[in-house]
Design a binder for this molecule. Structure first.
Ligand code: S3P
Length: 423
C-alpha cells in the first residue's frame, strides 16, 4: 500500500512555491483539509495555486516580500501548522490579516509564535490567552532577532525563519532540542541563504532575509505519521505482512519505528533512497509480539504526532510501557494524553494518566474488550479517531468512534485503505 503525501512537506511546498518567482510544480501533495487551507490562504494573498487533472499542483509565486493583504479572514479550520507558519510569513509584510479556526484550533496557544514575532515588530490583537480568532499587522522592515526556542516546536522555529525570509539581515533560531527540519531542508532547496551550525546540544539556524526564492519541482514523500497507523495495525494483527511503499524517514520524524523495534516489532526498511532531499524507504511490517518499554523522552520530538497510536500498541504489549516528557501532547488538536487515556480505558486497556505521560499495562497480545456501548470521543482530533480505529482492529467487540470527519484534515482515504488492508 501507499499512504498520502507528508503533511508538513505539503504545507511548506505550497508556501515556499507561493513566495518564489515563477512556477513550482508539486507531485504527491497531500490533499487533506489542512493543506487545502494553506493553499486557499496563499491564493488569498496573491499566489496562483492550481491542481491539474493528473493531480500535479502548480504554484506561481509572488516573490519574497510580495504577499498581498487578504480581503477576507484566513479560515484555518483545524490546522495549527497553517496558522503558525502563515503568521510568520505575514509578520514581515506590511499587511493586516485575521485568522479564524474551528473549536479545536481556537483553543490552542498562539502565544508561542506571538512572542518572537512581536519582537520582530508585528502587532497582534488576539483572543483571551493568546488564541484565535486574532488579527495581526506585519511590519516592514521587520527587525531580525536571535530567538532561543522555549518549547521544542518545529512550528515556532519555522514561523521565525519564515518571518526572517523578508527581514533585512540575519534572523537566528537556536534549538536546544532538535525538531523536524523540513523547513531548513526545503528553504535551502528553494535557494534561501540558510545555514545550520551544531554546537554541543544546540542547533543554530541562521537565515539571511530579502533573498529571492527559486521555483522548484517538489516530489512529496509518503507521510510517516500516516504510515504509523498501518505499521501498528500490522504489528498487532495476526498473520499480517504489509509493505508500505515510499514512506518518508527523515530522522527527525522516524522515532516511532525505532521505539516499535525496541518493543520487538519486525519492521524492515527496503529500497532506501532520497526523494526531494528527504530519506525515503518501503517498510515491510510483520505481525510481532510486542514487549512494553520505558520510552526515552529524548526521542519524543521525532515521534510527537505518533504517541496516540503508540499508546494503542502499548495496550497490547506484554508488560508495562512508560512514557514521560510529553507535556506538548496536551496542546495538540486535543489534549492527547487525556483523550487517549479515556478512549483506551473505555476499550478495556489499563492506563494510568500522569501529568506528562501515560503508563500502560499491556494485555500481552490478548485483544482489548472494545467499547461496547460507549463511543470514543475524538475531540476534533484526526489522530485520536485513527488511533482508535486501529484499537478497534485489535479488539473483541470493536470500537465505535463518535466523529470520523476530522480524518479528512490529514488522511482522506484512511477508512478505505484500512478496510482494504484489513481484508
Ligand atoms: C509540525 C510540527 C509539530 C507537529 C505538527 C506539524 C510542522 O507541531 O505536531 O503536526 O509541520 O511543523 P509542533 O511544532 O507544535 O510540535
Amino acid at each position: 500500500m501507499r499512504v498520502p503525501g507528508d503533511k508538513s512537506i505539503s504545507h511548506r511546498s505550497i508556501m515556499f512555491g507561493a513566495l518564489a518567482v515563477g512556477e513550482s510544480r508539486i507531485t504527491g501533495l497531500l490533499e487533506g483539509e489542512d493543506v487545502l487551507a494553506t493553499a486557499a490562504a496563499m491564493r488569498a494573498m496573491g499566489a496562483r495555486v492550481e491542481r491539474e487533472a493528473d493531480g500535479t499542483w502548480s504554484v506561481h509565486g509572488v516573490g519574497v516580500g510580495g504577499l498581498l493583504e487578504p480581503t477576507q479572514p484566513l479560515e484555518m479550520g483545524n490546522s495549527g501548522t497553517s496558522t503558525r507558519l502563515l503568521m510568520g510569513l505575514i509578520a514581515s509584510h506590511r499587511i493586516t490579516a485575521q485568522f479564524t479556526g474551528d473549536a479545536s484550533l481556537s483553543g490552542r496557544p498562539m502565544g508561542r509564535v506571538i512572542t518572537p514575532l512581536s519582537q520582530m515588530g508585528a502587532v497582534f490583537d488576539a483572543s483571551e490567552g493568546g488564541r484565535l480568532p486574532l488579527t495581526m499587522r506585519g511590519a516592514y522592515p521587520a527587525v531580525p532577532i536571535t530567538y532561543r526556542l522555549p518549547v521544542a516546536s518545529a512550528q515556532v522555529k519555522s514561523a521565525v525563519l519564515l518571518a526572517g525570509l523578508n527581514t533585512p539581515g540575519i534572523t537566528t533560531v537556536i534549538e536546544p532540542v532538535p525538531t523536524r527540519d523540513h523547513s531548513e531542508r526545503m528553504l535551502t532547496g528553494f535557494g534561501a541563504e540558510l545555514e545550520v551550525e551544531e554546537t554541543g546540544s544546540d542547533r543554530i539556524i541562521r537565515i539571511r532575509g530579502e533573498v529571492d526564492l527559486k521555483p522548484q519541482i517538489v516530489e512529496v514523500p509518503g507521510d510517516p505519521s500516516s504510515a504509523a497507523f498501518f505499521i501498528v495495525a500490522a504489528l498487532l494483527t495476526e498473520g499480517s505482512d504489509l509493505t508500505i511503499e515510499n514512506v518518508g524517514l527523515n530522522p527527525t520524524r522516524a522515532g516511532l519505528v525505532q521505539v516499535l523495534r525496541d518493543m520487538g516489532g519486525n519492521i524492515e526498511e527496503l529500497n532506501p533512497r532520497t526523494i526531494g532531499g528527504e530519506p525515503v524507504a518501503d517498510l515491510r511490517v510483520r505481525h510481532s509480539a510486542l514487549t512494553g518499554i520505558d520510552v526515552d523522552p529524548a526521542i519524543a520530538p521525532s515521534m510527537i504526532d505518533e504517541f496516540p497510536v503508540l499508546f494503542v500498541a502499548a495496550s497490547l504489549a506484554k508488560g508495562t510501557t512508560t512514557t514521560s516528557g510529553l507535556d506538548e501532547l496536551r496542546v495538540k488538536e486535543s489534549d492527547r494524553l487525556s483523550a487517549m487515556a479515556a478512549a483506551l480505558t473505555a476499550a478495556g486497556a489499563r492506563i494510568e494518566e500522569r501529568e506528562d505521560g501515560l503508563v500502560i499495562e499491556g494485555t500481552g497480545g490478548e485483544p482489548l474488550r472494545g467499547t461496547a456501548n460507549s463511543r470514543t470521543k475524538t475531540h476534533l482530533d484526526h489522530r485520536i479517531a485513527m488511533s482508535m480505529a486501529v484499537a478497534g482492529l485489535a479488539s473483541r467487540d470493536g470500537v465505535e468512534v463518535d466523529d470520523v470527519s476530522p480524518i479528512q484534515t490529514s488522511f482522506p482515504n484512511f477508512m478505505e485503505l484500512l478496510r482494504e488492508a484489513a481484508g
